[in-house]
Write a protein that binds this ligand. Sequence first.
Ligand code: NAG
Ligand code: NAG
Ligand code: NAG
Length: 296
Amino acid sequence: MVDGEFFDISMRRHGFLLIVTLVILYLTIRSSRESQYKRNESDVQWKRKQYDAQLLIYNRVQKCGSRSLLQAIRPTLDDNGVQFGAENLVYWLTKEAEAEVVSKIQNFSQKNTRSLWAQHIHFLHFIEKPIPLYINLVREPVERFISHFYFRRFLDNGKKKANMVNGMINEGSYRQFNQTVNDCVLANSKECTALKIWKSGMVPYFCGDMPICEEPSEEALKIAKNNIDRSYLVIGLTENFNDFVEVLESMLPKFFDGLKIHNSIIYEYARGKTETKNKEAQQPATENTLKFYEVE
Ligand SMILES: *[C@@H]1O[C@H](CO)[C@@H](O)[C@H](O)[C@H]1NC(C)=O
Ligand SMILES: *[C@@H]1O[C@H](CO)[C@@H](O)[C@H](O)[C@H]1NC(C)=O
Ligand SMILES: *[C@@H]1O[C@H](CO)[C@@H](O)[C@H](O)[C@H]1NC(C)=O
Protein backbone atom coordinates (compact mmCIF):
# COMPACT_ATOMS: atom_id res chain seq x y z
CA MET A 1 0.00 0.00 0.00
CA VAL A 2 1.42 3.40 -0.94
CA ASP A 3 1.35 6.33 1.44
CA GLY A 4 -1.29 8.15 -0.56
CA GLU A 5 -3.69 5.27 -0.30
CA PHE A 6 -3.10 4.89 3.39
CA PHE A 7 -3.73 8.56 3.93
CA ASP A 8 -6.91 8.32 1.93
CA ILE A 9 -8.19 5.36 3.88
CA SER A 10 -7.26 6.82 7.22
CA MET A 11 -9.00 10.06 6.30
CA ARG A 12 -12.06 8.09 5.37
CA ARG A 13 -11.93 6.40 8.74
CA HIS A 14 -11.63 9.79 10.33
CA GLY A 15 -14.56 10.95 8.27
CA PHE A 16 -16.53 8.03 9.52
CA LEU A 17 -15.65 8.70 13.12
CA LEU A 18 -16.13 12.40 12.81
CA ILE A 19 -19.57 12.16 11.46
CA VAL A 20 -20.65 9.50 13.88
CA THR A 21 -19.32 11.78 16.59
CA LEU A 22 -21.16 14.84 15.31
CA VAL A 23 -24.36 12.93 14.95
CA ILE A 24 -24.04 11.23 18.33
CA LEU A 25 -23.50 14.55 20.06
CA TYR A 26 -26.44 16.03 18.21
CA LEU A 27 -28.66 13.05 18.94
CA THR A 28 -27.59 13.00 22.58
CA ILE A 29 -28.69 16.57 22.90
CA ARG A 30 -31.80 15.94 20.85
CA SER A 31 -32.97 12.88 22.72
CA SER A 32 -32.34 14.12 26.24
CA ARG A 33 -35.59 16.06 26.05
CA GLU A 34 -38.09 16.56 23.31
CA SER A 35 -36.52 19.66 21.92
CA GLN A 36 -33.45 20.50 23.95
CA TYR A 37 -30.85 19.22 26.34
CA LYS A 38 -32.07 20.04 29.79
CA ARG A 39 -31.41 19.06 33.39
CA ASN A 40 -33.51 16.54 35.29
CA GLU A 41 -36.01 18.75 37.12
CA SER A 42 -35.45 16.90 40.39
CA ASP A 43 -31.70 17.47 40.42
CA VAL A 44 -31.45 19.66 43.52
CA GLN A 45 -27.82 20.63 43.04
CA TRP A 46 -28.55 21.96 39.60
CA LYS A 47 -31.66 23.76 40.82
CA ARG A 48 -29.37 25.55 43.26
CA LYS A 49 -26.84 26.48 40.58
CA GLN A 50 -29.65 27.63 38.35
CA TYR A 51 -31.18 29.79 41.09
CA ASP A 52 -27.85 31.30 42.17
CA ALA A 53 -26.48 31.87 38.66
CA GLN A 54 -24.41 35.04 38.42
CA LEU A 55 -22.48 34.47 35.25
CA LEU A 56 -23.83 32.85 32.09
CA ILE A 57 -21.64 32.08 29.12
CA TYR A 58 -23.15 31.61 25.71
CA ASN A 59 -20.20 30.32 23.67
CA ARG A 60 -22.27 30.65 20.52
CA VAL A 61 -21.79 27.90 17.94
CA GLN A 62 -21.63 29.55 14.52
CA LYS A 63 -24.45 29.19 11.99
CA CYS A 64 -27.07 27.98 14.44
CA GLY A 65 -29.09 31.17 14.82
CA SER A 66 -27.08 32.83 17.57
CA ARG A 67 -27.53 36.29 16.12
CA SER A 68 -31.30 35.90 16.10
CA LEU A 69 -31.18 34.66 19.67
CA LEU A 70 -28.98 37.54 20.81
CA GLN A 71 -31.28 40.07 19.17
CA ALA A 72 -34.02 38.88 21.49
CA ILE A 73 -31.70 38.47 24.46
CA ARG A 74 -30.13 41.95 24.44
CA PRO A 75 -33.25 44.04 25.23
CA THR A 76 -34.38 41.34 27.69
CA LEU A 77 -31.14 41.65 29.66
CA ASP A 78 -31.51 45.44 29.73
CA ASP A 79 -35.01 45.08 31.18
CA ASN A 80 -33.71 42.73 33.86
CA GLY A 81 -30.61 44.73 34.80
CA VAL A 82 -28.22 42.04 33.58
CA GLN A 83 -24.99 43.26 32.04
CA PHE A 84 -23.99 41.98 28.63
CA GLY A 85 -20.44 41.39 27.42
CA ALA A 86 -19.23 40.15 24.06
CA GLU A 87 -16.08 39.92 21.99
CA ASN A 88 -15.12 38.75 18.53
CA LEU A 89 -14.59 35.11 17.76
CA VAL A 90 -11.31 33.45 18.73
CA TYR A 91 -10.55 29.78 18.34
CA TRP A 92 -7.71 27.44 19.28
CA LEU A 93 -6.28 29.50 22.09
CA THR A 94 -3.12 28.50 23.91
CA LYS A 95 -3.52 27.69 27.60
CA GLU A 96 -2.16 31.14 28.50
CA ALA A 97 -4.50 32.92 26.08
CA GLU A 98 -7.44 30.96 27.46
CA ALA A 99 -6.52 31.96 31.02
CA GLU A 100 -6.43 35.58 29.89
CA VAL A 101 -9.95 35.34 28.43
CA VAL A 102 -11.19 33.65 31.61
CA SER A 103 -9.65 36.41 33.72
CA LYS A 104 -11.26 39.07 31.53
CA ILE A 105 -14.70 37.47 31.87
CA GLN A 106 -14.24 37.06 35.65
CA ASN A 107 -13.30 40.72 36.00
CA PHE A 108 -16.24 41.76 33.88
CA SER A 109 -18.63 39.71 35.98
CA GLN A 110 -17.47 41.45 39.19
CA LYS A 111 -19.10 44.67 38.00
CA ASN A 112 -22.67 43.44 38.31
CA THR A 113 -24.58 40.76 40.21
CA ARG A 114 -25.65 39.12 36.95
CA SER A 115 -23.83 38.95 33.63
CA LEU A 116 -24.09 37.20 30.32
CA TRP A 117 -21.01 36.80 28.15
CA ALA A 118 -21.49 35.85 24.50
CA GLN A 119 -18.68 34.91 22.13
CA HIS A 120 -17.90 32.45 19.35
CA ILE A 121 -15.36 30.58 21.45
CA HIS A 122 -14.70 27.02 22.51
CA PHE A 123 -15.32 25.78 26.04
CA LEU A 124 -13.32 27.70 28.68
CA HIS A 125 -12.02 26.32 31.95
CA PHE A 126 -12.84 28.32 35.07
CA ILE A 127 -11.15 27.53 38.36
CA GLU A 128 -12.17 30.39 40.61
CA LYS A 129 -15.63 31.67 41.46
CA PRO A 130 -17.92 32.70 39.98
CA ILE A 131 -18.02 29.46 38.01
CA PRO A 132 -20.21 30.17 34.99
CA LEU A 133 -23.21 28.26 33.75
CA TYR A 134 -23.14 27.67 30.03
CA ILE A 135 -25.92 27.73 27.47
CA ASN A 136 -25.81 27.05 23.73
CA LEU A 137 -27.82 26.45 20.58
CA VAL A 138 -26.96 23.66 18.11
CA ARG A 139 -28.32 22.59 14.74
CA GLU A 140 -28.59 19.52 12.56
CA PRO A 141 -24.93 19.06 11.45
CA VAL A 142 -25.39 18.69 7.65
CA GLU A 143 -27.61 21.76 7.50
CA ARG A 144 -25.13 23.65 9.59
CA PHE A 145 -22.19 22.64 7.43
CA ILE A 146 -23.93 23.74 4.23
CA SER A 147 -24.97 27.01 5.82
CA HIS A 148 -21.39 27.69 6.97
CA PHE A 149 -20.01 26.79 3.53
CA TYR A 150 -22.13 29.45 1.82
CA PHE A 151 -21.77 31.96 4.61
CA ARG A 152 -18.00 32.01 3.98
CA ARG A 153 -18.71 33.02 0.39
CA PHE A 154 -21.78 35.21 0.55
CA LEU A 155 -22.23 36.24 4.18
CA ASP A 156 -25.90 36.90 4.82
CA ASN A 157 -26.94 39.12 1.98
CA GLY A 158 -24.23 38.69 -0.61
CA LYS A 159 -22.49 41.79 0.80
CA LYS A 160 -18.71 41.85 0.74
CA LYS A 161 -16.49 42.70 3.65
CA ALA A 162 -13.10 44.41 3.62
CA ASN A 163 -11.32 41.42 5.13
CA MET A 164 -12.46 39.04 2.41
CA VAL A 165 -9.73 37.30 0.43
CA ASN A 166 -10.45 35.75 -2.96
CA GLY A 167 -14.08 36.61 -2.37
CA MET A 168 -14.23 34.83 0.95
CA ILE A 169 -13.90 35.46 4.64
CA ASN A 170 -10.19 35.30 5.31
CA GLU A 171 -9.87 32.06 7.20
CA GLY A 172 -8.12 29.66 4.86
CA SER A 173 -6.67 30.08 1.38
CA TYR A 174 -7.43 26.46 0.46
CA ARG A 175 -11.09 27.27 -0.11
CA GLN A 176 -12.26 27.80 -3.67
CA PHE A 177 -14.76 30.56 -4.06
CA ASN A 178 -16.36 29.22 -7.22
CA GLN A 179 -17.13 25.79 -5.77
CA THR A 180 -20.58 24.74 -4.77
CA VAL A 181 -20.99 22.49 -1.79
CA ASN A 182 -21.76 19.74 -4.32
CA ASP A 183 -18.42 20.28 -6.12
CA CYS A 184 -16.55 20.44 -2.86
CA VAL A 185 -17.89 17.17 -1.49
CA LEU A 186 -17.70 15.25 -4.74
CA ALA A 187 -14.13 16.46 -5.43
CA ASN A 188 -13.15 15.75 -1.82
CA SER A 189 -11.65 19.25 -1.69
CA LYS A 190 -9.78 20.17 1.46
CA GLU A 191 -12.60 22.34 2.78
CA CYS A 192 -14.87 19.29 2.73
CA THR A 193 -12.53 16.73 4.30
CA ALA A 194 -13.26 15.25 7.66
CA LEU A 195 -10.53 17.15 9.46
CA LYS A 196 -11.69 20.56 8.25
CA ILE A 197 -15.32 19.76 8.86
CA TRP A 198 -14.43 18.67 12.38
CA LYS A 199 -12.25 21.67 13.17
CA SER A 200 -14.96 24.17 12.33
CA GLY A 201 -17.69 21.83 13.54
CA MET A 202 -19.73 21.74 16.72
CA VAL A 203 -17.82 19.33 18.97
CA PRO A 204 -14.82 21.64 19.65
CA TYR A 205 -17.20 24.24 21.11
CA PHE A 206 -17.98 21.74 23.86
CA CYS A 207 -14.57 20.04 24.01
CA GLY A 208 -12.33 23.10 24.26
CA ASP A 209 -9.05 24.31 22.80
CA MET A 210 -6.81 21.43 23.90
CA PRO A 211 -4.89 19.68 21.09
CA ILE A 212 -7.03 16.56 21.66
CA CYS A 213 -10.09 18.53 20.54
CA GLU A 214 -8.61 19.44 17.15
CA GLU A 215 -9.07 16.05 15.53
CA PRO A 216 -11.96 13.63 15.45
CA SER A 217 -11.76 11.05 18.24
CA GLU A 218 -13.89 9.24 20.80
CA GLU A 219 -11.84 10.92 23.51
CA ALA A 220 -12.71 14.41 22.23
CA LEU A 221 -16.37 13.44 22.16
CA LYS A 222 -16.14 12.15 25.72
CA ILE A 223 -14.59 15.38 26.92
CA ALA A 224 -17.32 17.34 25.14
CA LYS A 225 -20.04 15.28 26.80
CA ASN A 226 -18.45 15.62 30.23
CA ASN A 227 -18.27 19.38 29.82
CA ILE A 228 -21.92 19.41 28.84
CA ASP A 229 -22.82 17.38 31.92
CA ARG A 230 -20.82 19.52 34.28
CA SER A 231 -21.31 23.01 32.93
CA TYR A 232 -24.25 23.39 30.57
CA LEU A 233 -27.62 24.23 31.99
CA VAL A 234 -29.45 23.94 28.70
CA ILE A 235 -28.69 23.51 25.00
CA GLY A 236 -31.35 24.34 22.44
CA LEU A 237 -31.90 23.18 18.89
CA THR A 238 -32.18 25.68 16.06
CA GLU A 239 -35.01 23.57 14.67
CA ASN A 240 -36.98 24.27 17.87
CA PHE A 241 -35.88 27.84 18.33
CA ASN A 242 -39.06 29.15 19.92
CA ASP A 243 -39.18 26.27 22.41
CA PHE A 244 -35.66 27.12 23.46
CA VAL A 245 -36.65 30.74 24.03
CA GLU A 246 -39.46 29.58 26.33
CA VAL A 247 -37.19 27.19 28.21
CA LEU A 248 -34.57 29.90 28.78
CA GLU A 249 -37.18 32.26 30.14
CA SER A 250 -38.67 29.70 32.49
CA MET A 251 -35.35 28.33 33.74
CA LEU A 252 -33.58 31.65 34.27
CA PRO A 253 -36.23 34.31 34.88
CA LYS A 254 -33.76 36.67 36.57
CA PHE A 255 -31.93 36.87 33.26
CA PHE A 256 -34.62 36.20 30.68
CA ASP A 257 -37.97 37.39 32.01
CA GLY A 258 -39.72 38.79 28.91
CA LEU A 259 -37.57 36.94 26.37
CA LYS A 260 -40.53 35.33 24.67
CA ILE A 261 -42.14 38.70 24.00
CA HIS A 262 -38.91 40.24 22.70
CA ASN A 263 -38.42 37.22 20.49
CA SER A 264 -41.86 37.52 18.97
CA ILE A 265 -41.38 41.26 18.37
CA ILE A 266 -38.15 40.82 16.42
CA TYR A 267 -39.00 37.39 15.03
CA GLU A 268 -39.72 38.15 11.39
CA TYR A 269 -37.20 40.93 11.06
CA ALA A 270 -34.32 38.85 12.45
CA ARG A 271 -35.09 35.69 10.50
CA GLY A 272 -35.10 37.47 7.13
CA LYS A 273 -31.88 39.26 7.91
CA THR A 274 -29.69 36.33 8.87
CA GLU A 275 -30.90 33.77 6.37
CA THR A 276 -27.79 33.00 4.28
CA LYS A 277 -28.48 33.73 0.63
CA ASN A 278 -27.32 31.75 -2.40
CA LYS A 279 -27.83 28.36 -0.88
CA GLU A 280 -28.26 26.03 -3.79
CA ALA A 281 -30.40 22.97 -3.73
CA GLN A 282 -28.34 19.83 -3.18
CA GLN A 283 -27.95 17.41 -6.03
CA PRO A 284 -29.00 13.92 -4.97
CA ALA A 285 -25.41 12.69 -5.28
CA THR A 286 -24.14 15.30 -2.84
CA GLU A 287 -26.97 14.82 -0.46
CA ASN A 288 -26.11 11.14 -0.40
CA THR A 289 -22.40 11.78 -0.02
CA LEU A 290 -22.94 14.17 2.85
CA LYS A 291 -25.30 11.70 4.44
CA PHE A 292 -22.68 9.02 3.86
CA TYR A 293 -20.16 11.20 5.65
CA GLU A 294 -22.66 12.02 8.33
CA VAL A 295 -24.09 8.70 9.29
CA GLU A 296 -22.14 5.82 7.88
C1 NAG B 1 -34.61 12.45 37.71
O1 NAG B 1 -33.98 12.21 38.96
C2 NAG B 1 -34.80 11.45 39.87
C3 NAG B 1 -34.09 11.42 41.21
O2 NAG B 1 -32.71 11.21 41.10
C4 NAG B 1 -35.00 10.05 39.26
O3 NAG B 1 -35.78 9.27 40.12
C5 NAG B 1 -35.71 10.22 37.91
O4 NAG B 1 -35.84 8.95 37.29
C6 NAG B 1 -34.93 11.15 37.00
N1 NAG B 1 -35.71 11.42 35.80
C7 NAG B 1 -35.20 11.32 34.58
C8 NAG B 1 -36.12 11.66 33.46
O5 NAG B 1 -34.04 11.00 34.36
C1 NAG C 1 -8.44 41.10 36.17
O1 NAG C 1 -8.28 41.79 37.39
C2 NAG C 1 -7.09 41.49 38.07
C3 NAG C 1 -7.14 42.16 39.43
O2 NAG C 1 -7.49 43.51 39.31
C4 NAG C 1 -5.91 41.91 37.21
O3 NAG C 1 -4.69 41.59 37.86
C5 NAG C 1 -5.97 41.22 35.86
O4 NAG C 1 -4.94 41.66 35.01
C6 NAG C 1 -7.31 41.45 35.21
N1 NAG C 1 -7.39 40.62 34.01
C7 NAG C 1 -7.58 41.11 32.80
C8 NAG C 1 -7.59 40.14 31.68
O5 NAG C 1 -7.76 42.29 32.58
C1 NAG D 1 -12.39 27.89 -9.60
O1 NAG D 1 -11.36 28.60 -8.93
C2 NAG D 1 -10.15 27.90 -8.86
C3 NAG D 1 -9.17 28.67 -7.98
O2 NAG D 1 -9.50 30.03 -7.88
C4 NAG D 1 -9.61 27.62 -10.25
O3 NAG D 1 -8.43 26.89 -10.19
C5 NAG D 1 -10.65 26.85 -11.06
O4 NAG D 1 -10.23 26.68 -12.38
C6 NAG D 1 -12.00 27.55 -11.02
N1 NAG D 1 -13.00 26.69 -11.65
C7 NAG D 1 -13.95 27.15 -12.46
C8 NAG D 1 -14.92 26.12 -12.98
O5 NAG D 1 -14.05 28.32 -12.74
